[in-house]
Write a new protein. Structure first.
Length: 299
């Protein structure tokens, strides 16, 4: 038999329900609070991630700008270096040309001084060796003597210097005139005479180059090679040095010595990189040093 009647049990159950409901409600509220905290933390984390992504994007943009600036700077520096190299080559070429002209003017002045000195010496010698005695127009011949009538003999002729009117420049132009007319043999004779008479002048260096050109047109290639070698030895800094080196390669090529021709062309490109002859040498090399069948072009 139960100690408590059914109504009492029902009453007790009804009294316990609010307490359980209150406990469950409190637990539910705590869970909701924790959920809200997690949601807030998730939002903060999402915001932090978004800010980090924006920072990375900004950093990438700055890095791209820096890299682009560096590429542009390197490109500008390369272009400036290239232009500077070209300017230095042009300046060096002009300095070499001016130096050549100054030496040529100095040679002309020395030749003129030598000619004037020799001419003065010849005039002085003619005056000193003159046998004509001066007559005294107021003198009276001695008494008892007759004045002999003599015929004055001409004094000894003056020996003019061989260099009179033949400066290095004039001799060079005369020989080049023969070259321009196509009389290469006569031109070679004129150039060789200039070299013998004015061996240490700028005109003699240029004459040595033109000897090589003349021999090349006469198809005397071996002699032309030697002439160009002499021109390079005498004037490695002359205005015709690059052409002499290139034309030496042409003569070697026409002889069939393709290996030597290639060396001459490569030396032209390396030694005179900004010259027109370097461009011509590169063209020859690009054709694999094909044998030349036509006469060389005039410089």
């Amino acid at each position: 038999m139960n100690r408590y009647p059914v109504p009492a049990l029902i009453l007790l159950a009804l009294l316990a329900l609010p307490a359980q409901a209150a406990a469950q409600n409190k637990e539910h509220m705590q869970m909701e609070a924790e959920l809200r905290m997690l949601q807030e933390q998730n939002q903060q984390l999402s915001l932090a991630v978004q800010q980090a992504m924006e920072s990375f994007k900004a950093l990438n943009t700055r890095m791209d700008a820096v890299m682009e600036a560096m590429r542009k700077a390197f490109a500008d520096q390369g272009l400036a270096t290239k232009n500077m190299a070209g300017d230095v080559g042009t300046i060096a070429e002009r300095v070499r040309d001016n130096d050549t002209r100054l030496r040529a003017i100095g040679d002309e002045v020395k030749a003129l001084q030598t000619t004037l000195t020799a001419l003065g010496a010849s005039l002085a010698q003619g005056v000193n060796t003159s046998s004509a005695a001066p007559l005294d127009p107021g003198g009276v011949p001695p008494t008892g003597t007759t004045t002999p009538v003599t015929t004055a003999s001409p004094g000894p002729g003056l020996t003019l210097p061989d260099t009179l009117g033949q400066s290095p420049g004039r001799m060079l132009q005369k020989a080049k005139g023969d070259y321009d007319r196509g009389d290469y043999t006569l031109a070679i004779t004129g150039f060789e005479q200039l070299i013998r008479q004015y061996a240490d002048t700028e005109a003699a260096i240029e004459a040595q180059y033109w000897i090589g050109e003349s021999l090349l047109y006469l198809n005397r290639n071996a002699e032309a090679i030697n002439a160009f070698n002499l021109a390079l030895q005498k004037g490695p800094r002359s205005q015709y040095a690059s052409t002499a080196m290139f034309k030496r390669g042409v003569a070697q090529e026409r002889q069939g010595d393709l290996a030597a021709a290639r060396v001459s062309y490569e030396q032209t490109i390396k030694t005179y990189p900004t010259s027109t002859d370097a461009t011509l040498a590169q063209q020859r090399l690009s054709r694999q040093v094909a044998p030349a069948t036509s006469a060389p072009a005039r410089p």
